[in-house]
Write a protein that binds this ligand. Sequence first.
Ligand code: TSX
Ligand code: MN
Length: 585
Amino acid sequence: MKAVANEHLKKWIEEMCLLCQPKDVQIIDGSDEENKQLIQKLIESKTLVKLKRPGSYLARSNPEDVARVEDRTFICSKSSENAGPTNNWQEPAEIKTKLKGLFQGCMRGRTMYVVPYLMGPYGSPYAKGAVEITDSPYVVVNMRLMARVGKRAEEALGNSEFVKCLHSVGRPLAADEKDVSWPCNPKETYIVHFPEEREVWSFGSGYGGNALLNKKCFALRLASCMARDEGWLAEHMLIISVTNPEGEKKYFTASFPSACGKTNLAMLSSTLPGWKVECVGDDIAWMHWGKDGRLYAVNPEAGFFGVATGTSMKSNPNAMKTIEKNAIFTNVGLTDDGDVWWEGMTDVPPQHLINWKGEEWGQAAVPTEKAAHPNSRFTAATSQCPVVDPLYEAPLGVPISGIIFGGRRSTTMPLVRQALSWEHGVFLGASMTSETTAAAKGEVGKLRHDPFAMLPFCGYHMGDYFAHWLKQKVSGRKCPEIFYVNWFLKDDSGKFLWPGFGENMKVLKWMCERIDGKTKGVKTPIGIRPEAQELGCHPQLLEINQESWKKETKDLESYFATFGKKLPQELLEEQKKLQKHFECC
Ligand code: TSX
Ligand code: MN
């Protein structure tokens, strides 16, 4: 084993070797040669299949290990009150004893990989160092695309403390036992966060957010706690720039619940001549206030881990170009010529392929099985995106002019509106709701609350989180304008009223013009809206239905009540204001 310089890391590796008892230890340096060897090993173990696309591979997971496991995810702060009513909590010392039992000898017969990584651009004062210890080489090759991994990250750690992420697939190998292609332990899966100790312990799953601990576990759950303590924001938001025909550029962040096309918006291909969108990130924004009083965002990630299903040259041509090479695909179909396919990629499916479960697919006239799992993924570096913003790695981030919230709603929520104040904007974030789709588990079309799209990702009490947002308005600061959008309104016959996708550029243009004071807008009780002719859209897209809003406001009252006394008074006041308005008329 190569020596490590950081004293804390040296000690932690020794401790974790004693606990997990791996066959050997490999410190990840991030080199191409090292990656080549890991890929070779993954091909030999049949975890990866080499594809026709240059430098690209396919992985098929165990069918029981296909998504994040929210009922197995815990926020183990010292006090249960700090985890709040929306997180699972267990007493930290008790669960750590349980975890130590599970991790005892869990890496027998496997290599322990030590992955030093940095979240945030190199040289950024906002970047944070961490190390993931994992027994999954699949995790290592994905993290290499998703984060800044290896020697440079280890150097950036210096001798300081770092976030400790421990991961095991939870399936030790006996002396001469043959490995399976996707080792995991679904019955004993635990994703456990210790916010005060800045630690994550993840056991039993090799998939996505359960195993790539840099992403949801660190950059959102732990980082949201750090942000609360240090006065910044760690958010589940994409970051884009919008440039007008005069070449003037504005940056926006946006958060949406799942199945709203966040990655599609992050790489939007504009239909408006002269207007363009460029991408800084598609999932996470770390935001700090600059000396000039403006809010600056960095993308802590270095890659995309996007949903493949539904991605096409029509829905997201720039994502399709991003994954033309050096990409890892998980749980998609494998075509006869060694390429990938998933539902929604093309109008006509291939005649035959091997589906995500490794089965023959396509002979039946109406396939009963899916080619790809609905939560199938692609992994690729941000740098490969053809519309990557020139400042995507700027150490101080990009200045944010607007923050966009949204949700998938077939009724009630108009296409776009602008918040009336910072408090009203925070209220809009807190009142985010979305209708479930077939991609998510559970009933289709059910309304779910997902405040700030942070419900599964906030590492502390959501009431305190709302208060933290409200506190950001301080004199001397220029808060971004806040907007709320809904691309998914339907008419009475069930047809989408708004064409969406590239046409959303028109909505972004209106936002830019509002920010610059170039258009007046119409003030309503739920926010400032455009004139229908400004967007050239159906007037129904901007209507306010009194009855629907009366119901909406009442539902919000009972939702807000679930946060108890931690719900900030300002948000209750916004809700009451609306209730009063819609009751009387
Ligand atoms: O991503 C979407 N966006 C945002 C794009 C930047 N989707 C896909 C959602 C699933 C992830 C959308 N779907 C959007 C949208 O704006 N809008 C819709 C609804 C819709 C679907 C199909 C059509 C129109 C709207 N088709 C035609 O009009 C032909
Ligand atoms: Mn996300």
